[in-house]
Design a protein around this ligand. Structure first.
Ligand code: FAD
Length: 487
């Protein structure tokens, strides 16, 4: 039985810890913060509960499959509810489209907006469904050690889809700008622009329109707590307030992991902390990727977030509401091309208390606002406040109501907090984007090339950013360890 140290307690680390313990290892998980869940951090204040990180629960099949691997169901750990509408998108003053919780209703919405678009959407989603099935069957559960893993008869037929982009595919089929924006939205979860994301990733549109948007009662933090409970039940030793600061060595092999006060013996180490940060804890000669490698990579955006408590209920808005009333390309250019604060930002708002009465006192509203920004931007209080005013003005004008006078709680979160809380490279919010040149075997590797017994998991490695991919990442690193360490 090997002694495995798992660093971090994000979704990928929790997943890896469960699978490795199940595979017969003796796992100890070391988390730097005082809670488990990584970016799924929770803020509780004055009767309000906020998810500080992820809020969209997509691909429920991946979560179910994770718990099934341990003979359990999602419902043994937390409750989920399908949202209807799934979300709403604002394009202007009192001008919005709601996306229903079923595909037939969405087809009707498309047809009503652009005659003929309903039939085109059916064709688009049929292709997206094929890609989803293929992605789950042949691609996302592969460890990315070499390109041959994903060469099958079926994947070869899809090769052209890796050289076209989502933007090209959407615009060829659907002409109405509002519908184009709706179809391009899921790409944002992959951390890149629709113009640089391979069209194969339209499988996210299938996830969006056909698998639904769900809400875990209590928020996404409940999901992380469910996974932490499963890890404990499996026998994982779970420790908080244990920031890993370095390693002990025998040649190119780690023999122990150091935190400030304790040394933990280790036969194997799996790090779910940001890849760049973990490598920075190694002597230089044991790092696989240089500073310039990281600097050249396309990172998913960072974000400016606000957690707001109101002493009234809001109208004309839905649990998830997107504000796409400004030019997406202009905002995206400030994230990916010339990093800067955007002039006219798009933003996203979540009002979980519209669905879940456990997250705000009666008659009150919990609000989360997220504005994507380039990683590494200078983050100051003045800048946060400037954008808070912009967001509030737009929210009030577009949804036609007064909001600012009802604020009873307010907290912000931005680049500096991502660095401080998670050791996040340039304060990225959700890892390394899934562009053509950062897909599968072209992503940072799960197994260290230079340290014999060090592995990585999480949103900077395979398969990519997002909660479901993080669960998958934990599973594939555990399978890779079984392959390498027992043969
Ligand atoms: C604001 C925001 C919104 C998002 N929205 C969504 C969404 O709606 N849906 C979705 O699917 N995904 C979303 N994501 C992405 C998703 O949350 C992430 O991809 C996922 O949670 C990443 O998990 P992880 O395990 O890779 O990393 P993390 O959650 O970052 O876990 C890494 C862990 O390592 C710990 N750590 C770091 N350094 C050390 C050290 N030296 N010693 C010990 N521990 C250490 C950290 O504290 C952390 O707990 C969002 C992310 C953010 C930030």
């Amino acid at each position: 039985m090997s002694k495995v140290i798992v660093i971090g307690s994000g979704f990928s680390s929790l997943s890896a810890a469960c699978y490795l313990q199940q595979a017969g290892h003796q796992v100890t998980l070391l988390e730097k913060n005082n809670y488990f869940g990584g970016r799924a951090q929770q803020l509780k204040k004055d009767g309000f509960t906020f998810d500080m990180g992820p809020t969209f629960y997509w691909m429920p099949d991946v979560f179910e499959s994770f718990f099934n691997d341990f003979g359990k169901n999602v419902s043994d750990y937390y409750q989920i509810e399908k949202l209807n509408p799934a979300y709403e998108v604002y394009f202007g003053e009192q001008d919005s489209i709601c996306l229903a919780d079923n595909f037939e209703a969405i087809v009707q919405t498309f047809e009503a907006t652009e005659p003929g678009a309903g039939a085109k959407l059916r064709k688009f989603i049929k292709n997206a469904e094929d890609n989803y099935d293929l992605a789950i069957k042949d691609l996302v559960y592969q460890p990315g050690e070499n390109p041959l893993e994903i060469v099958t008869m079926d994947t070869m037929k899809k090769l052209p889809l890796f050289f076209g982009t989502i933007a090209g595919m959407v615009r060829k089929s659907i002409k109405h700008p509002k519908l184009q924006k709706i179809l391009e939205f899921p790409v944002l979860f992959l951390g890149a622009k629709p113009t640089t994301t391979p069209s194969f990733y339209n499988f996210m549109n299938y996830a969006d329109f056909c698998l639904g948007t769900w809400h875990p009662k209590g928020g996404m933090y409940s999901v992380a707590q469910g996974m932490a409970q499963l890890a404990r039940e499996q026998g994982v030793e779970m420790l908080t307030d244990q920031e890993v600061t370095g390693f002990e060595w025998s040649g190119s092999q780690i023999t122990a992991v150091n935190t400030k006060d304790v040394q933990y013996q280790a036969d194997l180490v799996v790090s779910g902390a940001d890849y760049h940060h973990t490598e920075s804890l190694l002597p230089k000669s044991y790092r696989k990727y240089s500073e310039s490698y990281w600097d050249k990579k396309t990172f998913a955006p960072s974000a400016l977030l606000f957690y707001i408590g109101l002493d009234k209920k809001l109208v004309n808005l839905n649990h998830h509401t997107l504000f796409f009333d400004t030019d997406f390309d202009e905002h995206a250019a400030t994230i990916y091309d010339t990093p800067d604060w955007p002039e006219k930002p798009l933003f996203y708002a979540s009002f979980p208390s519209m669905t879940d009465d456990s997250v705000a006192p009666d008659g009150k509203e919990a609000c989360i606002f997220l504005m994507p920004i380039a990683p590494g931007l200078k983050d100051t209080e003045e800048m946060r406040e400037r954008y808070f005013d912009i967001i509030m003005e737009r929210l009030e004008r577009l949804s036609g109501q007064e909001v600012r006078s009802s604020i009873v709680f307010k907290q912000s979160y931005c680049v500096n907090d991502f660095v401080e809380d998670y050791h996040s490279y340039k304060g990225n919010a959700y890892g390394l984007a899934n562009t053509l040149l950062q897909t599968h075997f072209l992503r940072p590797k799960l197994k260290s090339k230079k340290v014999k017994n060090l592995y990585f998991t999480g949103q900077l490695t395979v398969p990519g950013p997002g909660v479901p991919p993080s669960l998958i990442s934990g599973k594939i690193v555990s399978e890779l360890i079984t392959k390498h360490e027992t043969h």
